[in-house]
Design a protein around this ligand. Structure first.
Ligand code: FAD
Ligand code: DLZ
Length: 516
């Protein structure tokens, strides 16, 4: 009995559960299909990254002696869906009498795959994705009966489970979390290390030519392309990060700098999310750097928390609350996404910079995503479905299990407070404190109202006013509402008028009304 083993574009790990127990007669199926390139119009660099990594991974499996049926996007006969390609592979080889695959990362595909036992004439085995620290069941057990799903407590469980940065039962350094030390702006004179980009090889160049031809009208720049597409090169990027950036990662984790979207961030999410790197090996490399005295505890703890804390937590939230999660629109936000999210053409220097970085690299770091593009979408009341679609397609690391809780929950508060206890709403003062954007901006961050004022300033108060009925009762916003209460009618009118003028100016008013 030979088995067909399906490997998806974000399952490029030799440890993948679908590959466990592979026999010489088995066939591994990998397929580039329009259904996956088109469910959102992914950034060109994202498609190139995934296809190039898929092609290299297929080669790696073949070098191990496995039989691989690799279907290219432009192969004649490509049915252009994963289901169609499984059907074609089974029909092409009657020796294949079983299908094994690993659960997908997105609900959309899970719904399709759940029907496969009825759809195909062979037994179908869907295995859990074991490339996470916490299984879905483990998260569900942790979440069961809890009123609030606080990331910090889940993270502590993950520290205990993995033993990372633990001294017996106690956290190394005597505290679990050093976040308070990790909120510095970038002082002048700090040298940002030069990235170690990787030259595309022949396989990657072929993929780039395909993407240039087939996806010319998708968002984003294809070139230059310097991401790793093999495990060896992803490990090289991990090593580069540990040596050159990790020591300063903690201090400047929240900093923003015009023209540099990478700073001291790891830029490893894309490799983790497609399986070229595994979360524990990345954390262990960081932990070793602490024990060797090369990186301070605030940096290493902060980094490890992002991976075994946030990354695992958001996956748990996604599967725990889907599909209802994405139906929620707690703030009833209905304005359309402004065109400048695609063009970068806005006079707001911070937004223009983040969107330009995103277009160039299919990357932006966390604070750029949360406090610039995310904060704007929150304050402007942009329809969460449009914002989610944007985040899902523009970033090379974007898969719905990780994108949706971060966007829908953390950035937009559209989940009504599952992820965050209050909206991450901020005025221009935050961006000014954490960045060098405001000094070159045509708007004045110190002006509160009027044509010249930083739009984040009046949009912040407009947001508080628009959502007063929903948010005034939130204790964590008590301070903001007490301040709002001090505004006289003239100030409130000015705020509303400024916001209205601004929305009209960028073409997102009048609001398209939806049923609330
Ligand atoms: P670093 O800052 O170096 O962090 C190290 C690692 O920690 C990352 O590689 C990532 O694996 C993990 N991590 C950090 N923060 C988070 C987080 N909040 N959730 C999950 N993992 C985290 N991350 C994605 O991987 N895919 C997405 O589609 C995605 N969409 C986001 C959308 C919004 C609106 C926001 C606010 C955040 C989003 N994130 C997403 C989380 C985070 O911004 C990225 O993981 C991070 O910017 C990736 O860059 P990095 O590898 O340099 O991360
Ligand atoms: C994102 C993506 C793209 C663009 N293309 C493919 C593809 O052609 N074939 C494939 O197997 N996977 C692709 N992927 C990744 C899938 O979309 C991903 O596996 C699902 O969204 C589940 O996370």
């Amino acid at each position: 009995m030979a088995t067909l083993r399906l490997v998806l574009g974000d399952q490029l790990s030799e440890s993948l559960s679908a590959l466990e127990g592979t026999q010489p007669d088995d066939t591994v199926l990998m397929a580039e299909v329009a259904a996956e390139t088109g469910y959102v119009r992914h950034h060109k660099k994202k498609i190139a990254f995934i296809f190039a990594a898929m092609r290299h991974f297929a080669q790696r499996l073949e070098a191990r002696g496995l039989q691989v049926r690799y279907v290219r996007l432009d192969d004649p006969g490509n049915s252009q869906s994963l289901e169609g390609e499984v059907a074609r592979a089974l029909a092409a080889d009657p020796r294949l009498t079983r299908l094994v695959h690993t659960e997908p990362g997105e609900y959309r595909l899970m719904e399709i795959m759940k029907a496969w036992p009825e759809r195909f004439d062979v037994p179908v085995e869907m295995r859990p994705d074991t490339r996470f620290v916490a299984s879905r069941e483990r998260f569900a057990r942790w979440a069961d009966g809890k009123k609030r799903l606080t990331m910090e407590y889940f993270y502590r469980e993950m520290r205990r489970k993995t033993g990372l940065l633990m001294d017996g039962k106690e956290p190394i350094g005597g505290q679990w979390n050093f976040d308070a030390e990790n909120r510095k702006a970038l002082p002048a004179g700090v040298t940002i290390p030069q990235r170690d980009w990787i030259e595309p090889d022949t396989i990657t160049q072929e993929v780039m030519a395909l993407v240039a031809d087939r996806f010319a009208d998708h968002f984003g720049d294809l070139e230059p392309f310097g991401y790793a597409v093999t495990r060896e090169d992803a490990l090289r990027h991990l090593k580069w990060f540990i040596t050159h950036a990790l020591p300063d990662f903690g201090d400047y984790q929240d900093a923003l700098k015009a023209g540099d979207g990478f700073l001291f961030h790891s830029v490893l999410s894309l490799y983790l999310n497609v399986g070229l790197l595994e979360p524990l090996e990345v954390c262990e490399a960081a932990e070793a750097s602490y024990h060797e005295g090369d990186a301070p505890l605030n940096a290493v703890e902060g980094f490890i928390r992002q991976i075994i804390g946030w990354r695992e937590y958001v996956r748990g939230i996604y599967w725990h609350f889907m599909p209802d999660y994405l139906e929620r629109n707690a703030l009833n936000a209905t304005r359309p996404l402004p065109d400048f999210y695609w063009t970068g053409e806005t006079d707001m220097a911070c937004l223009a910079d983040v969107i330009t970085t995103t277009r160039k690299h299919a990357y932006a770091h966390h604070i750029q995503r949360l406090m610039v593009t995310g904060n704007f979408a929150l304050l402007a009341g942009i329809d969460p479905a449009e914002v989610n679609e944007w985040y899902l397609l523009v970033y090379a690391d974007a898969f719905e299990w990780v994108e949706a809780p971060n966007t829908h929950g953390m950035a937009l508060y559209a989940d009504g407070g599952i992820m965050a206890t209050k909206p991450y709403a901020a005025s221009g003062a935050y961006i000014n404190r954490m960045s060098d954007h405001c000094k070159d901006c045509r708007y004045s961050v110190s002006a509160k109202n009027g044509e010249k004022a930083c739009p984040f300033n009046y949009l912040y108060w407009n947001f508080m006013i628009e959502n007063e009925g929903r948010l005034r009762g939130n204790q964590r916003l008590g301070h903001a509402y007490r301040n709002l209460d001090r505004f006289d009618d003239a100030r409130r009118t000015e705020i509303l008028a400024d916001a209205q003028r601004f929305f009209e100016g960028i073409g997102i008013e009048p609001v398209r009304r939806k049923a609330s």
